[in-house]
Design a protein around this ligand. Structure first.
Ligand code: ZN
Length: 387
């Protein structure tokens, strides 16, 4: 085992707030007598990420002190890097039912009790201020801002304890906690591990980037986000099938691990790039790929903002090393994959398609050029769009 050679979790300790099996029945019985808050799907995924250590060092939903510090400085009050406030917003009515009572029970979106929370604080907040700080816009057309504006007016803070995991989840065999990925990396003897976040199919351009990073690292964590996304993104099931067929045919299986990232998408661009990097550090990644407009949406962020934001931090406080990539493409003159960093030829020699063009081709059942997408991947996407 080489597990101790992996990068340390963010803050030094992997958070584990999941109750053991033996303690579950008594905890559920006790929790059923507590005032309860019903979690939205995003809040539920946040709770799961907190409890399983994906969001280490967070042990619960953030306090007002941490909240203000995150908005103002992208650090927790204790000085650790943290760029996104992970909050539990409730309605004023729900807050008044809780009052000063603690602990409370947390229910999943279906109403099943899943966790308890020691309420340390209840506080109001300024949504416009959070929108500007985190999303760099107050426009409700931004999906992250719209979600913020639609949530409750009161934030409740405190550590949580997960009593029960979801009884069944999609992609169960690809769900691994940070403790699991760390164990697997250790068993495989990986030390330098590169994480790749995506919510899109992997075309040749992404494959090239991943393999370029893999040339420098021992292993690749292909870590697609399957939490809540915009409704027009390609379905998680189709994407997962497309990753599997790609790995089966074109990746060395002992050097890649496909594992889902259970967090919800926030579309916070630069700040979410930092957030994603810290989460991957917790999974055991020493390196993290940041492309153009990482976690962006529309034209809210500059092309390189999500890369530039890493310069605002000391590399030591980040720990994980970002790897910045350009868009890549097949160049007929180069005779291979390249980017504007490596190819001197003009656009006419490059095989590029816009997202809209690709979508149109796949909708019509047409397979894009092999220089753009592997045919195996295209067939999975075509089938998925027809389903
Ligand atoms: Zn070229």
């Amino acid at each position: 085992m080489t597990i101790d050679k992996l990068i340390a979790p963010h803050g030094g300790v992997l958070v584990d707030r999941v109750l053991g099996h033996d303690a579950q029945p008594a905890a559920l019985a006790a929790a059923s007598r507590l005032p309860a808050v019903r979690l939205s799907s995003v809040q539920y995924s946040d709770a799961l990420c907190i409890a399983t250590g994906v969001f280490s060092p967070l042990t619960g939903f953030v306090s007002s002190t941490d909240y203000q510090s995150i908005l103002d400085t992208m650090h927790l009050a204790n000085g650790l890097v943290w760029s996104i406030p992970v909050t539990l917003a409730v309605s004023p009515q729900a807050a008044s039912v809780i009052g000063t009572r603690s602990p409370i029970a947390l229910e999943d979106p279906g109403g099943r009790i899943v966790a308890t929370m020691e309420v340390t604080e209840t506080f109001s907040y300024d949504k416009q201020r959070e929108a500007l700080a985190v999303y760099r816009t107050e426009e409700s057309a931004h999906p992250g801002v719209a979600r913020l504006y639609g949530q409750g007016e009161v934030l409740i803070a405190g550590p949580i304890t997960l009593i029960e995991r979801p009884p069944s989840e999609p992609f169960a065999t690809f769900r691994r906690d940070p403790a699991d990925t760390r164990r697997l990396f250790g068993e495989r003897g990986w030390r330098r591990v590169v994480g790749f976040q995506t919510r899109n199919p992997v075309h040749r351009a992404h494959e090239y980037i991943q393999k370029a990073a893999l040339e420098m690292c021992d292993g690749l964590l292909l870590n697609p986000l399957v939490g809540e996304t915009k409704s027009d993104d390609i379905s998680a099931a189709t994407r997962m099938a497309s990753y599997q067929v790609l790995i089966d045919n074109y990746y060395p299986k002992d050097r890649v691990l496909l594992s889902v990232f259970p967090a919800a998408m926030r579309y916070a661009g630069p700040r979410e790039a930092i957030f994603h990097a810290m989460a991957r550090k917790n999974y055991g990644c020493s390196h993290f790929i940041v492309g153009r407009d990482h976690a962006g949406v529309g034209s809210y962020y500059g092309t390189y903002d999500a890369q530039k934001i890493f310069d605002e931090f000391d590399p030591d406080e980040l720990g994980i090393t970002p790897l910045f990539f350009e868009h890549t493409f097949f160049c007929r003159n180069c005779g291979g994959m390249a980017s504007t960093k490596t190819c001197p030829h003009d656009g006419s020699s490059r095989v590029t398609l816009s997202g809209t063009q690709v979508r149109e081709m796949l909708t019509k059942g047409q397979i894009p050029p092999p220089e753009f997408t592997r045919a195996e991947v295209a067939r999975v996407l075509i089938d998925g769009m027809r389903a």
